[in-house]
Design a protein around this ligand. Structure first.
Ligand SMILES: [Zn+2]
Length: 242
């Protein structure tokens, strides 16, 4: 039996019994955590607001055996305005789902945690369009999870690619393919999209790169990241259509 305090964000909850919830949390130091929030659905529960999706807070956890219970929580941010825009709410939910698929229990997820917070903050409090925000999230996520796309050389023959030449993307190999090596399964990528990815990776996850929406490889990065996950992203079906 021991007590710990963890900063975490609520990725998901499942209602349980009459007043309880099982929370799935993302902690920068502990990765994915399942914790029972007992009584959190009672109107006057002190942990009511911290048991909602997107809630960022300091969670006081009590551990008994393998089970964690939330005994108190200090709410830091609710990202409340997301609820006022259905499209952005769907995108936010998608980001939480992707983070949940990537994070592992007991494995530190500092970069993923910061990336999620940066992206949710922009999605909630700025008017930056959601497509580049989502594409940037997915690109940086691939970099911090060790499958950063290779953009300088053809992943098949190793030839250095020129900025202006036509290229394709190989999802399985995780990078660009040249004209000589490309096959039907590979997806065409424009030179502007390649530049956007290089620029974003160079600028870092905290930076914002303004660019015309058509140069953002949103669909490409979605399929690239989603095929690497071991289960389908539930909220993907709710995402706004192009
Ligand atoms: Zn090649």
């Amino acid at each position: 039996m021991r007590q710990t305090e963890r900063t975490a964000i609520v990725l998901r909850y499942a209602n349980y019994r009459d007043n309880d919830r099982m929370l799935t949390l993302l902690s920068p130091t502990q990765g994915r955590i399942e914790a029972l929030a007992r009584g959190c659905r009672r109107p006057r529960s002190p942990i009511l607001n911290a048991s909602e999706m997107f809630a960022l807070g300091d969670f006081e956890l009590y551990q008994k055996g393998a089970h964690l219970t939330v005994i108190n929580a200090t709410l830091i941010e609710t990202f409340y305005p997301l609820r006022q825009d259905f499209d952005r709410l769907s995108v936010g939910t998608y980001l939480l789902n992707v983070a949940e698929c990537i994070a592992q229990p007991g494995v530190a997820a500092q970069e993923l945690f910061m990336l999620l917070l940066h992206t949710l903050s922009r999605l909630t409090f700025s008017d930056q369009p959601w497509r580049p925000l989502t594409a940037g999230f997915l690109l940086h996520l691939s970099a911090c999870e060790g499958f950063r796309p290779r953009l300088q050389h053809c992943v098949h023959c190793g030839r250095r690619l020129e900025e202006t030449e036509s290229t394709w993307f190989d999802h399985a190999e995780g990078g660009l393919v040249c004209r000589e090596c490309h096959q039907q399964a590979h997806v065409p990528v424009s030179a502007a999209q390649v530049r956007w990815m290089k620029h974003m990776l160079q600028a870092g996850s905290a930076a914002w790169v303004d660019s015309p929406e058509m140069t953002v490889p949103y669909q490409l990065l979605r399929s690239y990241v989603e095929t690497r996950l071991d289960k389908p992203v539930r909220a993907a079906a709710m995402l706004p259509r192009d």
